[in-house]
Write a protein that binds this ligand. Sequence first.
Ligand SMILES: Cc1cc2nc3c(=O)[nH]c(=O)nc-3n(C[C@H](O)[C@H](O)[C@H](O)COP(=O)(O)OP(=O)(O)OC[C@H]3O[C@@H](n4cnc5c(N)ncnc54)[C@H](O)[C@@H]3O)c2cc1C
Length: 339
Amino acid sequence: MIRLPEFRYYRPKTLKEAVKILNSEGEKAVIVAGGTDLFPNMKRRIQTPSVLVSLQQVKELHRKISYTKINGDQEKRLVIPSGLTLSEVCENRLIRENYPFISKTTSSIATPLIRSMGTIGGNLCLDTRCTYYNQSLEWRESVDFCMKAPEGKLDIPCRVAPGSPRCVAANSSDTAPLFCALEAEFHIVSQEGERTIKPAEFYREDGEFYLNKKAEEILSEITLPSSENLHAVYLKLRRRGSFDFPVLGAAAVLKMTGQKVKEAKIFLNAVSSAPIEVLESEKALIGTELEEEKILEAAESARQSAKPFDNTDFYPHWRKEMVGVLLKRALLELKSRKT
Ligand SMILES: Cc1cc2nc3c(=O)[nH]c(=O)nc-3n(C[C@H](O)[C@H](O)[C@H](O)COP(=O)(O)OP(=O)(O)OC[C@H]3O[C@@H](n4cnc5c(N)ncnc54)[C@H](O)[C@@H]3O)c2cc1C
């Protein structure tokens, strides 16, 4: 049995209390929600925080999924509190009826047991992954660690791309590319107040410092766009269909006017440290009726633009080929639903 390292543990009951603790403990404190990623990482000494601030009892983060009114009564938007488990999000009636693609995506994460513990907030803030990082302490010691090393180990090159000035660990959250493509809003709370950020700006192209967020900031809730005329899908590639992290994911969100694509958002994950937007594929689809040649054009643009690293399961050149295949499948699925 691998034991957890020692740490101090706080269990605040309100957001106000949580941000106060995080603010006073500073850099040494780490947020824990379900702990399904953080605790295994701590056991392997990948992360060794001396203070943990649990969000499990914070009541504001466990409210029901409900509509909020924006601009007076003009618009109604669905809000998901970040502390809800993946199972709660997946099984929620409002999500199932209006955003079935979110239910499907969350149900593809890990296993039922992990989904009943792991939260949507934890999934959106998930640490990046790499074959040189997600290993035991002994394994990592044997290769003298990597750039995303434990504290105090400096000037170690990236083992995957030795010339790279930054860590290339991959974004492996299944919900991140979908929420980017949906252009949802993330609400962030800290002692300094509240701010809102678009998911595409929340993620950084840096495997080590992968979020545009300070350590003491809490992702409190996610506001979804209106589901009207919205067609979305997320497909993931993984070795085992039963459960596995994505080695590639493709999210496509289309806003339609009649049969025509008015807006398109395409994001890939697991091929980079942040979900990557594929502008060329989006351009190929706008104004079309998802004719097959346009789908193939969009898929080929995505294939060309993707540059997966050799830092996860499967060969990178095969994953690159699969980018086109996966996006083509995703868009054909949308086309078949539309007609
Ligand atoms: C066997 C196994 C399989 C898995 N498969 C998948 C998979 O297929 N796809 C996938 O995406 N994930 C997978 N995971 C990873 C993980 O279980 C999920 O991503 C889960 O949703 C993480 O949520 P959590 O609440 O447990 O996060 P935690 O482990 O508690 O936290 C994860 C990170 O997010 C931060 N954090 C958590 N909540 C917040 C918040 N509200 N605000 C700010 N920061 C926060 C933490 O500080 C930590 O850095 C798997 C894990 C295991 C063990």
